[in-house]
Design a binder for this molecule. Structure first.
Ligand code: K1U
Ligand code: ZN
Length: 167
């Protein structure tokens, strides 16, 4: 297994639209394992392949407290959505920044698992938020894109300052 480097906002590679996975093979399963290890180590509750500079449609999520319930979504598609809920979000690509984003409250998502088997899942609460946040990454979208220009400028300034402090 390997820990992968997570791209940091505003890296232009975060704006890449990911391509569908053609076959769920051993190479994709290795990517899934490496992404899961990277997510657990960060630590985070989700990770999209885009964030580790791999532009295929793969997401890993684990919202369990025990950190032992990995959920894998290959080529995820939202089939139905309803309601609106606003939730505080964070992002491993935008460290130390949290803000509220409005998204669908309930979703039904269809995807392939790590064995290449298709499944459909109904999600609400943090799982629904996390799936939508990670699917945005696959579309080249970061949660700060939903915020005002003023907030985006403040976030960029804060991240620049953080970077100067660690260098
Ligand atoms: O996409 C990412 O960078 C992962 C992101 C997922 C997410 C969290 C909250 C709302 C929407 C999407 C994170 O995991 S940020 C870190 C985080 O929230 C967290 C980390 C450890 C334990 C619990 C939460
Ligand atoms: Zn994110």
């Amino acid at each position: 297994m390997a820990l992968l480097a997570i791209l940091q906002y505003p890296d232009s590679r975060l704006y890449t639209v990911a391509s569908p996975v053609i076959t769920v093979d051993d190479e994709i399963r290795r990517l899934i394992r490496d992404m899961a290890e990277t997510m657990y180590a960060a630590p985070g509750v989700g990770l999209a392949a885009t964030q580790v500079d791999d532009h295929r449609r793969v997401i890993v999520i684990d919202i369990s407290e025990t950190r032992d319930h990995l959920q894998v979504f290959v080529n995820p598609e939202i089939v139905t959505s309803s309601g609106t809920a606003t939730c505080e979000e964070g992002c491993l690509s935008v460290p130390g920044i949290f803000d509220k984003v409005a998204r669908a409250e309930r979703i039904s998502v269809r995807a392939f698992d790590a064995q290449g088997k298709t499944f459909t899942l109904e999600a609400e609460g943090l799982l629904a938020v996390c799936i939508q946040h990670e699917m945005d990454h696959l579309e080249g979208k970061v949660f700060v894109d939903y915020l005002s220009r003023l907030k985006q400028r403040r976030i960029l300034a804060k991240l620049k300052k953080q970077k100067r402090l660690v260098m």
